[in-house]
Design a protein around this ligand. Structure first.
Ligand code: B12
Ligand code: SF4
Length: 592
């Protein structure tokens, strides 16, 4: 018997739904080419297993899909709307269906840190995630009822369909850019249900205040619950920064946490661009008078919600840890016991747990930083960016935080000097025995950003020897904590050299050769450096925390907490620097 189907069916690519194997599997699937899927299949043989509700609907869905669902439920009855997994589409799409809505993060794998790695391995367009997204679109396209429903796509990756003009190929009628809460989003669904023609692309307004943002009342992938929107540091390449800066109310965050637990989720992650900016939007992070207490209170209530067993950090910035190291220490005490990440070779925690927030370094070149992200280190000057990074990382590592740090390679106008400066910083990290997972990606001009019109590197064969060295040095350093057995370093060396000889040397051009030999430790780096084949890093002069704090504008010193020490001493009045505001504006914060 043919099922009538639901009026609106919401789905998402399987690779964006799963959460039981941790963040790492989704990030790998966004970056590894489909021909390497076997590696993940062997490591996570059950990655495709997902839980269903009794009625066959999806038990977990990415937060974006859940918000679309709750947004639609303001206008439609629960009988009209269903969230389902791609494999169950046939059960929910029927003659009554008028919209199939797809929520997606990265459908075609053309975003930064995704395209680049598949490109290194030989195919620039088909990471594992893109393969599964295409499989989903193909299933929708071939659905027997395709003639009577419209396909509406949204989510942070929708722009990829617009930019590659993949509408026909994927059978997409409309891509909505922006949030599902918007009245314009509801209008486009209403039009689709009436059978009216839809615009191919629709940009909808972002809510301007907290009340306009909805919260999931069901289980989300990784227990993602939003904590803030927007950022305010105004990096030129950034998409989320274009959204209004809003910090979301604690009671609603906690209700969404409880909803996740009620539906069987044990893990929570608060989505944000900067975890330190909550309760202090429009202010320099950690500069509100009660900033520390506010952060501790929120995180404590989240991780102590009964049923929350695991908690994973989202994004952060580096400067706040230099401003308030005691906050990091206190957060560590609170969050480490619930972190699922264990790094035996790095962590001093009794259970070897670690915290791994995502932090942007992007470049170690002050010249480049001034161009693309002049406010990244506020309240410190961008001239001190390398020192802010090193001191921040020191404080984080001391407290068992080992961040995943993103870098952009191939920024427009990037010179060899810029790459040398970034390499110097990376070698300085190594020299000081500090650790971060460095994730270099090739500059991608993201839609709508202030760098949208700029051209970056399009093929890995275009990378210079120094850009290659930077990428391979980062990965070499990243693999250190995984090589704790006697055989691992040798296996890497032989595997790397074998892969290079078989395939990579042809794909990536001659500039790849020495960086690959360095990655494989074919020769000691100092020997390669003496041969002039690689740059082994010039030691940096790094300002102390006290010296850094002394560079903050004197009128802002009152925000510093004396219990952290290193307080700057008041300069004689004649030497006080002119009091210009930093790029982040200081205005009173919203009440929580
Ligand atoms: C949590 C998170 C992750 C998690 C979990 C992802 C998941 N599947 O749930 C992990 C760590 C796994 C991850 C991985 C990646 N991520 Co991510 N991630 C985020 C983060 C912090 C929050 C996403 C989120 O859930 N937000 C809350 C929800 C509610 O927002 P939303 O999804 O945008 O949904 C809203 C609208 O888009 C819209 N909407 C959503 N779906 C639909 C559908 C329709 C039909 C409509 C009309 C509207 C609509 O309505 C919602 C609001 O009401 C964002 C940054 C951010 N603050 O958004 C980055 C972000 C989305 N990620 C990003 C990237 C690049 C990646 C990776 C490619 C990184 C990598 N190389 O590994 C991978 C890709 C993973 C994959 N499977 O494809 C970028 C995307 C850049 C871009 N525009 O292309 C972002 C913006 C980070 C950044 N600062 O640049 N990510
Ligand atoms: S700090 Fe991060 S989120 Fe904020 S503007 Fe810069 S890149 Fe965007």
């Amino acid at each position: 018997m043919t099922q009538p189907g639901k009026l609106i069916v919401i789905t998402a690519p399987l690779t964006e739904v799963i959460d039981h194997a941790g963040y790492f599997i989704q990030m790998s699937m966004a970056s590894l080419p489909i021909w390497l899927e076997g590696i993940l299949n062997r490591k996570y043989p059950k990655w495709r297993a997902v839980e269903h509700n009794e009625d066959g609907t999806a038990r977990m869905m990415p937060a974006g899909a859940r918000l679309l669902e709750i947004s639609l439920l303001r206008q439609y009855s629960p009988d009209d709307v269903a969230c389902c997994y791609p494999a169950d589409l046939d059960k929910f799409v029927g003659p009554r269906t008028r919209v199939v809505a797809v929520s997606t993060h990265n459908p075609l794998g053309v975003t930064f840190a995704a395209g680049v790695y598949t490109s290194i391995f030989g195919s620039s367009k088909q990471p594992i995630n893109a393969h599964y997204a295409r499989e989903l679109f193909a299933a929708i396209k071939s659905n027997p009822h395709r003639g009577t429903f419209k396909v509406i796509v949204g989510g942070s990756g929708g722009w990829q369909i617009i930019q590659t003009n993949a509408y026909e190929e994927l059978s997409v009628d409309c891509v909505v850019e922006g949030r599902s809460e918007s009245a314009q989003t509801l209008d486009v669904f209403a039009k689709a249900i009436q059978g009216e023609a839809l615009p191919r692309q629709l940009e909808v307004l972002h809510p301007k205040d907290r009340d306009g943002i909805l919260f999931p009342d069901k289980r989300t992938t990784f227990g993602v619950v939003e904590m803030t929107t927007g950022c305010g540091r105004r990096c030129q390449f950034c998409v989320p920064d274009l959204n209004p800066q809003i910090d979301l109310p604690k009671d609603k965050i906690l209700a969404a946490v409880r909803a996740n637990v009620r539906e069987g989720n044990r893990q929570i992650s608060l989505a944000t661009e900067d975890m330190f900016s909550w309760a202090q939007v429009y202010s320099v992070p950690q500069f509100s008078l009660d900033a520390r207490e506010a952060s501790l209170d929120l995180f404590s209530q989240v991780v102590n919600t009964p049923g929350v067993e695991l908690h994973v950090l989202s994004h952060a910035t580096m400067a706040p840890s230099v401003v308030d190291p005691l906050l990091i220490e206190k957060l560590s005490d609170m969050l480490l016991p619930k972190s699922p990440i264990r790094l035996p070779l790095l962590s001093t925690h009794p259970e070897q747990r670690a915290l791994v927030p995502l932090i942007g370094l992007e470049t170690g070149s002050v010249r480049m930083a001034k161009q693309i992200m002049p406010s990244k280190g506020v309240p410190f000057q961008i001239d001190d960016w390398p020192s802010v990074f090193i001191r921040g990382l020191e404080i984080l590592n001391r407290n068992n935080w080992f961040p995943a740090v993103t870098l952009i390679v191939g920024n427009p106008g990037e010179t060899d000097e810029d790459n040398l400066a970034t390499l110097d910083l990376i070698y300085e990290v190594e020299r000081r025995g500090l650790f971060a997972f460095f994730i270099p990606s090739i500059f991608t001009p993201l839609h709508d950003t202030r760098m949208e019109q700029q051209q970056g590197v399009t093929e890995t064969a275009q990378l210079t020897p120094l850009q290659w060295q930077l990428m391979m040095k980062c990965w070499k350093m990243n693999l250190r904590p995984g090589q704790n057995s006697w055989w691992a370093p040798t296996a890497w060396r032989l595997g790397g050299l074998g892969l290079w000889a078989w395939k990579l040397r042809k794909l990536n051009g001659p500039h790849f050769t020495w960086p690959m030999l360095m990655f494989s430790s074919a020769l000691p780096e100092r020997v390669m450096g003496a041969m002039g084949k690689i740059h082994v890093g010039t030691p940096l002069v790094v300002k102390t925390r006290k010296e850094l704090l002394a560079t903050i504008k004197p009128h802002q010193w009152r925000h510093l907490r004396a219990d952290n020490g290193d307080m700057p001493e008041a300069p004689p009045p004649s030497q006080a620097p002119p009091s210009t505001q930093p790029s982040l504006t200081l205005v009173p914060t919203l009440s929580r």
